[in-house]
Design a protein around this ligand. Structure first.
Ligand SMILES: [Zn+2]
Length: 237
């Protein structure tokens, strides 16, 4: 599996251009020797951008995960294996997704704290996020209450930091959230990246995050509807 270098870049906003070499060309796009692009996953859309060589340039669509991260493009054959290239990640899109994703940590953490709710799904789209939550008692959910709690957490200028912790430390930490998915990560990986939003959230995550919640603006809940027994789908901007 190709190393996901976006994980080494924190904060995850304004990613700088990077230089690398074309490693492989396939029908759908190209693989790069190294890439800092975020590949779609965990409800967060992948990066898009432009790749340049001396003679050619091509925009690429949403990067996706796999053995190697794919940069999908219409005519990958404009490049050759071994070409030296520069990759510009679309910063506006990345910054928007990073802010949305960090806000989702806060929303999920507070829904858990206030209602004992568990986040069972989430998806960031252009300009809005939806979260599926399961509640022990769904009637307790209150749009105004959660909005106020999330926005006051956002306005608390909380630091967002990244740790590399071993599984035991993660699983035995009393404040750790969202560890169920760890079963799916190969046991050969002992250390995992943990994201901490000071006094608000602590959980393992491979997404992109702001360095301080002051980089995020307030959320507005636009919809909340039933998604089956005990579940609600909440949409916010
Ligand atoms: Zn995250």
């Amino acid at each position: 599996m190709q190393e996901k270098l976006h994980m080494n870049q924190h904060p995850g906003i304004d990613p700088p251009p990077f230089h690398t070499i074309v490693k492989e060309i396939c029908d759908e796009g190209i693989h790069l020797e190294q890439t800092y692009c975020y590949p779609r996953g965990g409800g967060q859309p992948g990066d898009t951008g432009t790749i340049f060589s001396t003679d050619h340039s091509s925009e690429f669509g949403e990067a996706t995960s796999g053995e190697y991260i794919l940069h999908p493009m219409e005519e990958p054959s404009v490049f050759s294996i071994g070409d030296e290239v520069t990759c510009n990640i679309d910063s506006d899109r990345r910054n928007r997704n990073t802010r949305m994703h960090t806000a989702q940590h806060i929303f999920s953490a507070l829904a858990n704290e206030i209602y004992g709710a568990e986040t069972v799904g989430n998806q960031i789209s252009d300009g809005y996020t939806r979260i599926d939550l399961w509640f022990p008692d769904r009637d307790q959910f209150d749009v105004e209450e959660i909005s106020e709690a999330v926005n006051s957490a956002i306005r608390s200028n909380a630091e967002v930091s990244i740790h590399e912790w071993d599984r035991q430390t993660i699983l035995s930490h009393e404040k750790m959230r969202h560890t169920k998915f760890m079963d799916r990560i190969p046991s050969s990986i002992e250390y995992l990246r943990v994201v901490e939003i000071e006094d608000i959230d602590l959980c393992p995550c491979g997404g992109t995050h702001v360095s301080n919640t002051s980089d995020i603006s307030d959320i507005t809940i636009t919809n909340s509807r039933s998604k089956g027994a005990g579940k609600l789908r909440i949409t916010y901007e």
